[in-house]
Design a protein around this ligand. Structure first.
Ligand code: PEP
Ligand code: MG
Length: 540
């Protein structure tokens, strides 16, 4: 048996066959070509298929996102015809007598570097396009699925890194656990794994020799065991059972109110990312949905979801919540949550980059499509809209102006909707510092401590090396929360907390003493947080 120490993201255990996953680039191998004409033919065929695919994406984007957004696929189609790119691939195949995959890979690498080094911003941005068409050609040549990792049998997945969009594409029933080389315990992938109850460790370098071997994740101690001894497996199973029993005990809280010992009611909401999760929220008697991370609807698809598609999802969630509040956050796309069809360029510092409200205020049609869908869903219950990553009053004013235009558009088409509240996430230090001003414009606040911690402490939540610095208990964060609550209450609006800090048993009594009005946590944490609330005394 071999043991590896990592950091645990979710306290659970998993045992099963390990599958080592290498990314597309890592799969491309140089193979001598016995028949170069055959490789040239394969390349031309792949190029033809890639062109068809880009044409399809262009037409879809034209219909759903307008000409500006569709243009990206037109640019990529032109690049696919670029003489230099094509000549380089062909001469590598014929000259070096190598397989088409390797020739495409080498060419993509060379051209993307050339673009990246250019001074002109336009050409610099073309680096991503070259990467995209190269990836598309490699997928076609290799017959890989573009959603990435396809699981066919139950496995513990080991890989270097994993994006949230890759995780949501996987079949949960076949994913026993995850071992990551890179990735922080505070990343969106980690939050996702926790909410899906997937045992996960980070900080363990993948070894190809694990492939096909039996492994066990000990999420209690943060260990990976490869070819574990029988006794150890039995012990882990026992711990797992104890954990399940504790969960059963917590389930007894199903009937109980979310109320402190001194009788203060603290609504406990659920964070969800798709309609299916609402069932668990209902089963655990959540007071409502405090955060619907709608970007996951976009990440799951390979094209922009239409207004109608979104409306159906929001309506389903709102109806299932049966009159309880549902806060729908507009998309927080960008940084680590990227969908290829958005055509977002790679950034040096993506967490501080082009994301969330910044993107929406720039792609107004995209924003309006979502707002209209949310407004339409308001007819079926208690809906509120929430804008993420706000840093200024002017952003909120612009969002509200666009919101008003959407109301007008619906009026003109005689589509019914109700008046709904517009709230904001407080997840940047700027928003905290001007929370007195924002509170006059917003109907409610929801504090996002995941991002607030990274921006306040200047600690990238994606960077596993900085996990030790990512201190959500830092006095600066506490003061930020206090100030936000004070300013919200002075303006007569409510404030909740929807970051991971809301699940922290040490923090729950402190947050309630500070005057936090409500908490919102993933459905899998609802019972545990309810238990903590019921043990608190708020006004002592
Ligand atoms: C947060 O930043 O705390 C938050 C809830 O938003 P997300 O985790 O989706 O960035
Ligand atoms: Mg956030």
């Amino acid at each position: 048996m071999k043991q590896y120490q990592g950091r645990s993201v979710f306290q659970g255990m998993a045992a099963g066959t390990i599958r080592c996953y290498a990314r597309l680039e890592q799969k491309v191998k140089r193979i001598p070509a016995a028949d170069t004409n055959e490789q040239l033919r394969r390349y031309e065929e792949a190029k033809w298929q890639a062109a068809q695919k880009l044409r399809g994406l262009y037409e879809k984007a034209m219909k759903e996102a307008g000409m500006d957004n569709a243009a990206i696929f037109e640019v990529q189609a032109m690049m696919l015809e670029d003489e230099h790119y094509n000549d380089t691939v062909r001469s590598l195949i014929s000259g070096k007598k190598i397989n088409a995959e390797y020739a495409v890979y080498m060419t993509g690498d060379k051209f993307s570097r050339i673009f990246a080094e250019m001074d002109d911003e336009y050409f610099k941005a073309r680096e991503m396009d070259v990467r995209d068409i190269t990836k598309c050609l490699l997928q076609i040549l290799g017959g890989y699925d573009e959603t990435g990792i396809i699981l066919t049998n139950p496995v513990i997945l080991a890989c270097q890194e994993l994006a949230p969009s890759e995780l949501i594409h996987m079949d949960r029933n076949l994913l026993l656990g995850i071992i990551l080389e890179r990735g922080s315990v505070n990343s969106h992938t980690a939050i996702l794994a926790r909410s899906m109850n997937i045992p996960m460790l980070t900080g363990i370098s993948m070894e190809n020799e694990w492939e096909g071997k039996i492994g066990a994740i000990d999420g209690f101690e943060g260990k990976l065991l490869v070819e574990p001894d029988r006794e150890i497996l039995l012990k882990l199973h026992e711990m797992q059972q104890e954990q399940q029993q504790e969960r059963k005990r917590l389930e007894a809280l199903y009937q109980c109110e979310d109320i402190t010992k001194d009788g203060v009611s603290i609504p406990l909401y659920a964070n969800i990312r798709k309609a299916e999760e609402v069932n668990q929220a209902v089963e655990c008697r959540a007071a409502g949905i405090g955060l619907f991370r709608t970007e996951f609807l976009y990440l799951e698809k390979d094209g922009y979801p239409t207004e109608e598609e979104q409306f159906q999802v929001y309506k389903e969630v709102v109806q299932r919540m049966d009159g309880k509040p549902v806060v729908i956050r507009t998309i927080d796309i960008g940084a680590d949550k990227k969908a290829p069809y958005f055509g977002l360029e790679s950034e040096e510092n993506p967490a501080m980059g082009y994301r969330a409200i910044r993107l929406c205020l720039n792609r107004i049609e995209l924003f309006k499509t979502q707002i209209r869908a949310i407004l339409r869903a308001s007819m079926y219950g208690d809906v509120a809209i929430m804008y993420p990553m706000i840093i200024s009053e002017s952003e909120l004013m612009k969002a509200k102006q666009i919101f008003k235009e959407c109301e007008k558009e619906l009026d003109e088409s005689a589509v019914p909707y109700k008046k709904i509240e517009q709230g904001i996430m407080i997840e940047t230090p700027a928003a905290v510092m001007i929370s007195d001003l924002l509170a006059k414009q917003a109907d409610f606040f929801s504090i996002g401590t995941n991002d607030l911690t990274q921006y306040t402490l200047a600690v990238d939540r994606q960077n596993a090396k900085l996990d030790g610095y990512y201190d959500e208990h830092h006095p600066a964060i506490m003061r930020m929360i206090e100030l936000t609550i004070k300013n919200a209450h002075s303006a007569g609006i409510k404030v909740s907390l929807c970051g991971e800090l809301a699940t922290d048993p040490v923090m729950i009594p402190i947050l309630l003493k500070m005057g936090m009005d409500a908490l919102s946590v993933s459905p899998s944490s609802l019972f545990a947080v309810r238990k903590e609330i019921r043990e608190c005394v708020r006004n002592s």
